[in-house]
Design a protein around this ligand. Structure first.
Ligand code: SF4
Length: 367
């Protein structure tokens, strides 16, 4: 079943929906499963999977979109760096429209400051070579999936003695928020749809803590509709069995051990630190900072004129990232807040829950 290929997907989708309906009818209470990957959030919305499920099986979105969980003070620092005359900010495109307390990188770029959208962290090296008199700062936001590429870029900068390359570290780890959500207990999570991409690096064995310590089941799933439905179906079965197993339903990409080379690279450059998450607050040892011996690559060491931090008024991204509400329950959704005029980060990123609902589920909600 886990080797489903796109060619058999339509028939597989129908069979899986029927299987979920059949099994869900045997549940004694409604269940809620949380996806913790922005790509899953988007794929679920695009395929209309929520509407395929019986009413007693609910999918809720968690803190899986790296742009969305990045706190506003990180964007304030990015904006402050962009305003420095001797600094170029290099970033993936999804961060440029995220509001800071008083601006955004897009607005700073329009005001003449040097903000460059890049498609790979390695593009930072080219920009640094072309601009030897400027600091070139890459905005290092992401989970365990993105960070090895950034560490590799830094390693190359060291080898090439490119002294003007720095990063603004904003990386997050996936395990601490899962623990925090369960410990918090505000939301009853009956199982996790675990992130396919992050799991390629971490490996399936990494999630043993869910079963052994938190007693919450999880399935690692791919991103095609059949992959996701297979994951939901298995979570329903585990709920019926009362089991807290963690299963890898995506073995074509995720191994048991993950990618040790990528993890070693991460460990060489970064160490865990307490980190603030939008909506979840500070979570112990949930972020990554550069190790002290690489302090010369840390953009936080550059002087910055910071604006006072101000959260966007009325935005409920925080509740969204905890799975407490759905986008249409935010009073600003599709009114003051749209992808063209985003109030919060969840409406900006392609992986953000509000953006995914706006694109794919808005009309269904309006009915
Ligand atoms: S709809 Fe906009 S304002 Fe409301 S939670 Fe989402 S991003 Fe924030």
């Amino acid at each position: 079943m886990s080797e489903l290929q796109p060619a058999v997907a339509p028939r597989a989708v129908k069979a899986l929906v029927q299987r979920i309906e059949r099994d869900a009818a045997r549940l004694e209470r409604g269940v809620a499963f949380m996806e913790v990957c922005g790509t899953h959030t988007h794929a679920i919305a695009r395929a209309g999977i929520r509407r395929m499920l019986p009413p007693n099986v609910r999918l809720i979105s968690g803190p899986g979109c790296p742009v969305c969980v990045t706190p506003i003070d990180y964007m304030d620092r990015a904006v402050a760096l962009a305003r420095r005359a001797d600094t170029i900010v290099a970033t993936f495109g999804d961060l440029v429209r995220v509001p800071s307390s008083s601006s955004s990188l897009e607005r700073e770029s329009a005001a003449g400051h040097d903000v460059r959208i890049v498609y790979s962290p390695r593009d930072t090296l080219r920009i640094a070579r072309e601009n030897p008199d400027k600091h070139v700062v890459f905005l290092a936001v992401g989970f365990e999936t993105t960070l090895p590429g950034i560490a590799a870029m830094l390693e190359e900068a060291e080898l090439a003695q490119l002294a003007n390359v720095r990063i603004l570290a904003g990386a997050k780890l996936i395990e601490p928020p899962l623990r925090a959500l369960i410990a918090d207990g505000e939301i009853a999570v009956d199982g996790f749809l675990l992130p396919g991409h992050v799991s390629v690096i971490l490996g399936a064995d990494f999630y043993a803590f869910l079963e052994q310590e938190l007693a919450v089941p999880g399935v690692i799933a791919g991103f095609a509709p059949a992959d996701i439905l297979l994951g939901v179906s298995r979570l329903v079965e585990l709920a019926l069995e009362g089991s807290a197993r963690v299963e890898n339903l995506y073995p074509r990409a995720v191994s048991q051990r993950g990618n040790p080379v990528a993890r070693e690279l991460l460990a060489r450059w970064f160490e865990p630190e307490d980190s603030r998450w939008r909506g979840l607050g500070e979570i112990p040892l949930s972020g990554l900072r550069l190790r002290e011996r690489f302090a010369h690559r840390d953009a936080n060491r550059l002087e910055m004129q910071l604006d006072p931090t101000r959260e966007p008024r009325g935005c409920r991204c925080g509740d969204m990232l905890k799975g407490k509400i759905e986008p249409h329950q935010c009073p600003l959704f599709d009114r003051a807040c749209t992808p063209l005029n985003p109030v919060g980060a969840c409406m900006v990123s392609g992986e953000g829950t509000c953006a995914a609902w706006y694109r794919h589920e808005r009309l269904e909600v309006a009915r």
